[in-house]
Design a protein around this ligand. Structure first.
Ligand code: GLP
Length: 256
């Protein structure tokens, strides 16, 4: 079913139809970050009012640093951009230094000319989380969907906080974080008790409806899961594998 074409460091995985997944192997985190930032900048240069789906985690930090540099150098203008982040921990306010709202302000929004009013992160302390999930889906729809969705990947194949599950969860939803995710997140908190056990995450539908998807993965520990996501069976047990059905995915990875 899959054909893999090798042209230097770029591999194209092609299904029977038109759908392709482009995988770029880089030699360093700096190169990964530069390439990812270039793709995001190209999106914004081509459409000033782009809706960017943004991600947290350690992987995109270098990409955001590059985008800040490019913005300061006048190469990319975020003034008309809308951003819609993937997820947020339940129970953390935006001023908690481990919340994803705080992360985005600190790593990107405070340093570029984006209008903060046009930046969106789910509200993890909403009184009614189910209503917040509905509000978030309505917001994505109102904005006309996502032009380019940036994704990292968890060791278990999660995208956003869509954890391995029996089904692909379609809409924004509240999720119980899996044990490996809680363990992976523990490094950022003082004690295990403080690590959030729940999150609000964008669902698979909004990700799959994004016009372009850019998945980034860094480090030798991400090699196996990228292999499963790109070439393994499409299964909700590896949520990122659904991207094999998306028509425009670029994966940039560095396994060095
Ligand atoms: C968290 C985020 C994901 C991210 C993942 C990987 O779980 N919710 O969106 O992809 O971390 O993080 P890292 O890039 O630090 O490996």
């Amino acid at each position: 079913m899959w054909q893999t074409k090798n042209t230097g460091n770029e591999y194209t995985t092609k299904s029977k139809g038109e759908k392709t997944m482009k995988v770029i192997y880089t030699k360093s985190y700096a190169e990964l970050s530069e390439k990812a930032a270039e793709l995001i900048a190209a999106q914004v240069q081509g459409k000033a009012e782009s809706v960017l789906g943004l991600a947290t985690g350690s992987t995109p930090i270098g990409t955001y640093e590059k985008l800040i540099e490019m913005n300061k150098a006048g190469k990319v203008d975020f003034s008309k951009v809308t951003s819609i982040n993937l997820d947020e921990y339940v129970g953390l306010t935006g001023d908690h230094d481990q919340s994803y709202r705080y992360f985005m302000n600190d790593k990107l929004f405070n340093h570029v000319n984006i209008n903060k009013e046009n930046t969106n992160v789910p509200n993890g302390v909403a009184a009614d989380i189910e209503a917040e999930c509905k509000r978030y889906d309505a917001l994505i729809e109102e904005k006309g969907g996502i032009d380019l969705q940036l994704l990292g990947i968890g060791h278990n194949g999660h995208i956003g906080f869509n954890e391995p599950c029996d089904i692909f969860e379609k809409n924004t939803h509240r999720v119980q974080l899996g044990e490996t995710t809680i363990q992976a997140n523990a490094r950022f908190f003082g004690s295990m008790d403080e690590v959030p056990k729940e999150a609000v995450t964008m669902g698979i539908q909004a990700i799959m409806m994004a016009k372009k998807v850019l998945l980034i993965a860094n480090g030798p520990d991400k090699k196996d899961i990228i292999e499963k996501a790109v070439n393994g069976p499409v299964t909700p047990q590896v949520p990122a594998s659904i991207l094999q059905f998306h028509p425009d995915v670029t994966v940039i990875c560095c396994f060095e």
